[in-house]
Structures are given as structure tokens and as C-alpha cells.
Design a protein around this ligand. Structure first.
Ligand code: GLU
Length: 324
């Protein structure tokens, strides 16, 4: 197995490693595209791209990393950061917990005692988080959110209206969760106000390159490595990365932490981001999902990258190196 030394290899070797991974996993066709939001089923299931952006702004990419798709659950990470900025850690903790659930992302459950949703990476917690975003009305709140995405990505973003309306029409399960939280006082506004904003955040269009820049921004203490703009207050980066680490990969989060060992988040449109603090952001896009809702090729690619580059946070070679 390779170690931390690989990070110091000439850039061309990382590029050729990505190309090898792309060739290796391109034929893998296991899994199925998400179709519970009807509009998502229209994606080309064979799409496949990988991108790495380092905290120094170097970019390595393979496949069509400019192809746009909706961000879906990956948005939860960044909206959580905005909610922390709006209200501070203590208040946010009274509304959304930080416990992994071991349940599916769309489970209709709340913590029995506190009535809080378990964490901001499952749908219930994400809807509660979104409902905390400040602003004087729906448009201002959406604009604040879009501006937050712009800071992470370095360009203006927009909402795919067909995916938004498709989910708004069919998202009865999320509506049920929102009703439950309204009942327990975890949402303070009409549920459709919260859900509209949530469905819009999920329908923001990004590409694989954008996702890698966003992940690299988290790796770089909240500063976008390309534009140098502070996308999120650095004091909240550790909170964001902690919940990604423990809860980011749905009910696969434990196995992911064990095998890959870096904070990550996946979304049902087929994206995965992974953050190597102080080093790089990784993004993979491939829409075929496994039974837990994670991109099949995305998981494989990240497992291999982690092993090859020695990225696991508790990798001994890495820990020894950082003490030198
Ligand atoms: N908009 C999707 C939902 O709320 C996001 C789910 C996901 O990507 O995990 O069901």
C-alpha cells in the first residue's frame, strides 16, 4: 500500500492514477439510478467523472467534469454551515442533533427524548436546518443560500426548476417528516415554506469540478482555493466536517469511516464529495446507486484513492508524517 509519500509524487502521476481508476470502473454498471424523484431518472446512467482540487488550487480531473446535475443531499453540508453562521453552534444543537442514526436517509424518526432530528445529514435534520436559514422572505432566503453556494464554487449557481417541481410534487415523505417536526416545535414556519427552500437547495445545479472545489474549500479552512474568498467562517469548519465524518454517507457512514476514513457526503443524484483537511477536496459523479443510496463507482473510487494516497485520517504513516 502506498503512503503519504504519494501526495508528493509529481502531479502527472496523480492525473494518471485518476485516469486508471476511471478506466477500471467505467465498465462497472451495478446499481440503479434514483427514480423516486421522477425527473432524476432521466440522467444518463453511464456518466462518470472524478475531480480532485488541492488546497493550492491544482486540479486533476477525468471524465466529463463539466456535466451539470442537481446537488441533492450534498447541499446539506453547506446549508448546515450557513445555519451555524446564522445562529451559532449552541442554538443549532437545540434544533438538530449530531448523532448518526444507522437508519436510511429518509427515515421518519426523531430523537424520542429531545424530539430533535438526529443529525443534519439525514432528510429530517436537513429540513430543520434549512428552516433556520435567515432572511426576510422566501426570495431573500433563497438568494442568501445561492450566494453561499457561489462563494464555495466561484460562480453563480441556479436551481433546476424541473427537478425542483418534480420533487415538490412527489416529496410526500419529506412532507410527513416536516409535519412531525412542526408538531414538536422543531420547525416554526408553515411546512411548505421550509420544504420549498429545501427542495430548491437540493435542485441547485453543479458539476463534478464544482463539487471538488467546494470540498477543497472545506479542506482549506473555509477559503475557496481558486478565488481565495472565505465561503464559511472557519470556526464552523470542524463542526461541518465532524457531522460529515459520522453521518455523511447515510447508513454506510460507519463502514465508510472505517475503510475510507475521511469526511464525506453523498447525494442521490450520484455525487460524492470527500474532504482531506489541509490537503484536497475529492468529487466523484456516477448516478448508479447502491441499496443505501451511495454512488457505486463513487464509493469504489474513494476507497482506492484513500488506500493509494494514504488518506485515512488515522493512517499511521500520515500521523507520523504530520509530526515531522
Ligand atoms: N432531495 C432529496 C430528498 O430529500 C435528497 C436526498 C439525497 O440526496 O439523499 O429526498
Amino acid at each position: 500500500m502506498a503512503n503519504q509519500e504519494d501526495l508528493a509524487k509529481p502531479p502527472s502521476s496523480l492525473q494518471s492514477f485518476l485516469e486508471d481508476l476511471h478506466c477500471k470502473y467505467k465498465p462497472l454498471q451495478n446499481g440503479a439510478v434514483a427514480n423516486y424523484i421522477p425527473e432524476l431518472a432521466k440522467v444518463d446512467p453511464d456518466s462518470f467523472s472524478i475531480c480532485i482540487v488541492t488546497v493550492d488550487g491544482e486540479v486533476y480531473e477525468v471524465g466529463d467534469s463539466q456535466q451539470l446535475f442537481t446537488i441533492q443531499s450534498i447541499s446539506k453540508v453547506f446549508v448546515y454551515g450557513l445555519a451555524l453562521e446564522d445562529h451559532g453552534r449552541d442554538y443549532i444543537l437545540t434544533r438538530v442533533g449530531v448523532e448518526p442514526t444507522g437508519d436510511a436517509f429518509n427515515a421518519i424518526i426523531l430523537d424520542e427524548q429531545s424530539k430533535r432530528p438526529y443529525n443534519p445529514m439525514v432528510n429530517a435534520g436537513a429540513i430543520a436546518t434549512t428552516s433556520l436559514i435567515k432572511g426576510s422572505g422566501a426570495t431573500e432566503r433563497l438568494n442568501r443560500m445561492l450566494d453561499m453556494f457561489r462563494r464555495y464554487i466561484g460562480r453563480d449557481v441556479f436551481v433546476d426548476i424541473s427537478v425542483f417541481t418534480s420533487e415538490r410534487t412527489t416529496g410526500h415523505r419529506n412532507r410527513a417528516m416536516a409535519h412531525l417536526m412542526l408538531n414538536f416545535g422543531m420547525i416554526d414556519e408553515p411546512i411548505d415554506t421550509a420544504l420549498d427552500l429545501y427542495f430548491q437547495q437540493c435542485a441547485v445545479m453543479v458539476n463534478c469540478h464544482d463539487l471538488a472545489v467546494m470540498a477543497a474549500t472545506l479542506a482549506n479552512k473555509g477559503v475557496n482555493p481558486m478565488t481565495k474568498e472565505q465561503a464559511v467562517n472557519s470556526r464552523y469548519v470542524k463542526d461541518i466536517l465532524s457531522v460529515m465524518y459520522t453521518c455523511g454517507m447515510y447508513n454506510f457512514a460507519g463502514e465508510w469511516a472505517y475503510k475510507v476514513g475521511i469526511p464525506a457526503k453523498s447525494g442521490i443524484s450520484g455525487g460524492i464529495i470527500a474532504v482531506v483537511p489541509d490537503k484536497m477536496g475529492i468529487a466523484v459523479f456516477s448516478p448508479r446507486l447502491d441499496a443505501r443510496g451511495n454512488s457505486v463507482r463513487g464509493v469504489k473510487v474513494c476507497e482506492e484513492l484513500s488506500q493509494h494516497l494514504g488518506l485515512h485520517l488515522f493512517e499511521c504513516a500520515r500521523l507520523v508524517k504530520s509530526q515531522e
